[in-house]
Design a protein around this ligand. Structure first.
Ligand SMILES: Nc1ncnc2c1ncn2[C@@H]1O[C@H](COP(=O)(O)OP(=O)(O)OP(=O)(O)O)[C@@H](O)[C@H]1O
Ligand SMILES: O=P(O)(O)OC[C@H]1O[C@](O)(CO)[C@@H](O)[C@@H]1O
Ligand SMILES: [Mg+2]
Length: 960
């Protein structure tokens, strides 16, 4: 195969992936490309990144050999056969000059090789991305040049475009653009290219977000040059087989799916698949359809079935061959079942992942329902027993309990004897009532059990509340409302990113790689071994069955246990003897700074109730620093006055953007001194970040600030350094997404219309980017990139193509999301007019301004429950740092604010990757912040942009 690699000014950068090992063809292509590189640019440097099971023999010329002797360790790595993920070993690369390399093709054997070549003295001019078959599918020029990447991927070839490198050593897009793959000798070919057929199915109970998962898998498969298939009706479709049930899909088939609830490819609970005979039929039908890999989006049951199917595969195909139901060629060709799980279930009962696709949408439905019930309960001063789904898992009940500050929950993971749970529930409810609460909410998980494993039904709970407390009580069973409706933003994004990662994982897999399950840990999409996840999930059920509840709880995620402890602490608040001894009890203040954001009230409520349970005194500084400087109000928070805060939007204690220096830092210090605060929690956005910096720097002059201080980031802009997540971003994302869904529907009905939506977020494109991913917007413009004329004209062209392709279809409302600060010149109105003028009557565009709607109404369950979790962590931080600073404070003359142990007692609480972290404000402010831009130096969500663009086929014009 001939590949043309053009040169710009005689210099080029190439990023090429080649796939070999079993694939003789790919090995040869790789070799050819190396030769081509050598002939094109004699002085190029070649960087070889080693990969899994890499065995590559590079013969160096004599000089280079000497030079690289020092590099022996790295060369060893190159020659090693260790299995590892290249992404975590990018630094384990070896650099040669192409002129020094000779390669003996017959000895070249590698599962996958990434190599990059560029002139030593120059930064990248061009970046090439090559699909799994070795075809160049993306060419990105770094300066004002239009990408030559095809828009919507053509049927045969993929087109995962690369992003422009920021330095000569950069490689392509981190999150997804690069994956390694292995091809098998007899895969079908199209236009001379080897193609893998990847099928996706949805199985078990449907879950909001499944459609987004299927869409991402179908489109990513096409990007990667593979053929996407869907299996209709879950395992039922596998058992029945044939083109009616196993269908090839196209790019257009999944248009608009991310905004749709349920699963459009059907699902089922299939009894036949539980039997070997059913699975035998499934194997036969998959092979007949020519499917190489199967991605199953389903719950614990579906993935247990998938794992069993994988383990039985050798015996299934053996039997199929023996009974002549498949040919010898098919037997050889389909030796391994390449399988991958993306967990879709509202129950969130799969071990090793923090969230399953659909769980947060279901939680959203539950919380809304309980918020509604709360109103009528309050009117009648009634008790409500609410039954929620979740099968044998109490996650939905627990999280709903936190998010709605329910009085009591009953979950399968923490059974008690009948007497115990009844006494405990009555004790808490009676105390709440005695303190003036008019409502009672008890949430019962459908799988709730007593310690003797007898089920606890809502009726049982109803009886206890009536008989023992005399409460006017009603039961509400939410039922399938919990599975209905469209997915919340989190589920759409999770499902999309997991879909992309599932295809990457399938392409990465070798016969030796364990089948993966795509999971999320905190904020990070990760791969876990399917077999292990299934084993752990099963062992929870077994432990419960064996009444070993401690073990069952231990097997649940640590976050589950943390949430449960938090719930128990905040729902009994100051009713019992506090946990800490008198000498450990503190006065802790909380203040809101910046614009309102969802979850702020939850943080204040949880901080205060948790403090009460510990024995601390929680104080609220009302109306921010200016309020304090004017001494408007500083109050000890009491339980009754905070009822309902958990579910409220905005900021109950008031917030504004004034920093301590602007307000009068001397007065702020004076009141800190007056109230003798032992610790401070600030909740807010960038002004809150600056506030923490100012207070920490003022410790030298004002001893009152020599206390532990911590910031809980809360801003829809998500621009606080030190975290990848801020409270309020999820609420804002949902508010914007719902708005976009509505106007997209209007645009679709009008047929030829696009809307330009004005998005908030200051200098951060986080909201626009993630909303674009959630709603499938055609374009998003963000401050980090601005709007160039070239990009705009390219986007109008793409939009026009897209309108052409969508002709005759129902789903083609088009959206363009524009961050307010992406351009001062191109306002939404100007953009709409330019687009309309350029569209030559083919379509028109209008502007839409959601404005402060984006700050959200009711906080989302994610912001509520994270608000609780982070607030309680913040109190823990203040407790843990008390001693350090107390000792230092004791000696006035010796106090050194620059001492690292001291400066580290003022920190930002963040979620980074899969960890909750505390990073000192000094470190962040001095080294990790672009203060003038009000932005962190490193943008953690950059990879999401590329995915959002790829999934709608947007062509990108690169700028510096
Ligand atoms: N042990 C098993 N062996 C083979 N197949 C199984 C097994 N368990 C489940 N399956 C298959 O997976 C299908 C779905 O499983 P199940 O009804 O437990 O739902 P799920 O995937 O756990 O989803 P959810 O719990 O969200 O409804 C079953 O109908 C069956 O076809
Ligand atoms: O919709 P079906 O088949 O009645 O199943 C209900 C079950 O499915 C789920 O909604 C999802 O597993 C469970 O929470 C519930 O127990
Ligand atoms: Mg299940």
């Amino acid at each position: 195969m001939t590949v043309e690699i053009p040169l710009v000014n005689g210099t080029s950068q190439y990023t090429v992936e080649a796939y070999s090992n079993v694939a003789y063809q790919a090995t040869v292509e790789f070799y050819e490309k190396l030769l081509q590189l050598k002939s094109l640019s004699a002085s190029s440097t070649l960087t070889l990144f080693h990969s899994d099971s890499l065995s590559l023999e590079v013969v160096l010329k004599e000089d280079a050999q000497k030079q690289s002797a020092a590099d022996a360790r790295r060369k060893d790595i190159l020659n090693s056969r260790d299995s590892c993920d290249w992404r975590s070993h990018v630094s384990d690369s070896i650099v040669f000059n192409t002129a020094d390399i000779e390669i003996i093709s017959s000895k070249l054997r590698a599962d996958s090789i990434r190599y990059q070549a560029f002139p030593t003295e120059l930064y990248a001019m061009e970046l090439y991305t090559v699909d799994p078959m070795g075809n160049i599918v993306g060419v990105t020029k770094t300066k004002n040049a239009v990408s030559t990447m095809p828009t919507a991927p053509p049927a045969a070839k993929g087109s995962f475009a690369s992003t422009a490198p920021s330095s000569s050593q950069s490689t392509v897009d981190l999150s997804s653009a690069v994956s390694t793959a292995k091809e098998y000798p007899s895969l079908p070919t199209k236009n001379g290219n080897v193609q893998k057929a990847i099928a996706v199915m949805t199985s078990g109970g449907d879950a909001p977000g499944m459609n987004a998962n299927v869409r991402a898998i179908v489109r990513t498969a096409i990007f990667k040059g593979c053929r996407p298939y869907v299996v209709m009706e879950g395992y039922e479709g596998l058992v029945r087989g044939g083109p009616e049930y196993i269908k090839e899909f196209t790019w257009e088939d999944v248009r608009g799916w991310s905004s749709e609830g349920g699963t459009n490819i059907g699902t089922a609970r299939c009894m036949e698949f539980r039997e070997r005979a059913g699975r035998l039929l499934g194997a036969q039908h998959l092979i007949e359809a020519g499917v190489d890999a199967l991605i199953v989006c389903g719950g614990d049951g579906s993935l247990t079935g998938a794992d069993l199917f994988r383990s039985e595969w050798p015996s299934l195909i053996k039997e199929l061959r023996e009974t002549r139901r498949i040919s010898d060629e098919q037997f050889t060709r389909y030796q391994h079942l390449n399988i991958c799980g993306t967990v879709g279930s509202i129950d969130n009962d799969m071990s090793t992942t923090d969230a399953t696709i659909g769980a947060y949408s279901s939680l959203d439905r539950i919380c809304k329902a309980i918020d509604y019930i709360e109103a009528t309960a309050n009117s009648h001063s009634r008790a409500f027993v609410v039954e929620v789904m979740g099968r044998n898992c109490g996650w939905l009940a627990l999280m709903a309990g936190i998010a709605t500050s329910a009085d009591y929950i009953l979950i399968p993971e923490k059974p008690a004897s009948s007497r115990e749970w009844q006494d405990q529930m009555c004790d808490i409810v009676a105390k709440h009532r005695a303190r003036g609460k008019r409502t009672t909410i008890v949430i019962v998980a459908e799988g709730a059990i007593a310690a003797d494993l007898t089920p606890i039904s809502p009726k049982d709970v109803h009886k206890v509340l009536v008989d023992r407390l005399g409460l006017d009580t009603r039961v509400t069973t939410l039922g399938h409302v919990q599975r209905g409706g469209t997915a919340v933003a989190f589920d759409r994004i999770l499902a999309t990113l997991q879909g992309v990662e599932a295809v990457n994982a399938v392409l990465d897999s070798t016969p030796d790689t364990p089948s993966p399950l795509i999971a999320i840990n905190e904020n990070k999409i990760v791969r876990k071994p399917l077999v292990e996840s299934v084993r752990l999930t099963k062992s929870v059920a077994e432990a419960i069955h064996a009444k070993d509840f401690k073990k069952a709880m231990g097997l649940r995620d640590t976050e589950f246990v943390e949430h449960l402890n938090n719930f128990m602490a905040i729902n009994s608040a100051d009713h019992n003897e506090p946990k800490l001894s008198h000498d450990k009890r503190l006065k802790i203040a909380i203040v809101n700074v910046g614009a309102p954001a969802g979850g702020i009230n939850s943080a204040v409520y949880s901080m205060a109730t948790y403090c009460m349970s510990q024995g601390h005194r929680p104080y609220a500084i009302y109306n921010g620093w200016s309020g304090l400087a004017r001494h408007e109000s500083v109050r000890a928070l009491d339980w009754l006055s905070m009822l309902g805060w958990q579910s409220r939007g905005g900021s109950e204690i008031g917030t504004n953007r004034t920093t301590p220096e602007e307000a009068d830092i001397g007065m702020v210090a004076y009141y800190f001194q007056k109230y003798k605060f032992d610790g401070l929690i600030i909740v807010g956005g960038f002004e809150a970040f600056v506030s923490l910096h100012q207070l920490e720097r003022a410790r030298d002059n004002y001893p009152a600030f020599r206390i532990p201080m911590v910031l809980i980031p809360a801003t829809l802009s998500n621009n606080v350094p030190g975290t990848e997540y801020s409270l309020g971003t999820d609420t804002a994302l949902n508010a914007l997404m719902e708005y976009c869904d509505v106007i997209k529907q209007s645009a679709a009905s009008t047929r030829g219309r696009a809307f330009v939506v004005d998005v908030q977020g200051g200098n951060s494109g986080f909201l626009a980017t993630n909303a674009a991913l959630a709603v499938g917007a055609q374009v998003s413009y963000v401050p980090e990139e601005g709007i160039s004329l070239e990009q705009l004209s390219q986007d109008i062209e793409t939009l026009s193509d897209s309108f052409d392709k969508a002709q005759g279809r129902g789903r083609f409302g088009k959206l363009i999301l524009k961050s307010k600060n992406a351009s001062k010149v191109f306002t939404p109105d100007v953009l709409a007019r330019v687009i309309t003028a350029e569209a030559n009557g083919k379509f028109d565009a209008k502007s839409a301004i959601p404005g402060h709607v984006q700050q959200g109404g009711l906080p989302s369950p994610i912001d509520r429950t994270r608000g609780t979790r982070l607030a309680i962590r913040a109190v823990g931080y203040i407790e843990a740092n008390q001693e350090v600073i107390r000792e230092a404070r004791a000696d006035e003359d010796e106090f050194d604010p620059d001492d690292k142990t001291i400066s580290e007692t003022a920190a930002v609480l963040g979620i980074k990757g899969s960890h909750v972290t505390f990073t000192s404000i000094r470190q962040l402010y001095d080294f990790e912040t672009e203060v003038a831009k009000r932005m962190p130096k490193v943008i953690h969500w950059e990879g999401t942009r590329a995915i959002a663009d790829h999934l709608v086929g947007r062509k990108k014009v690169e700028t510096d």
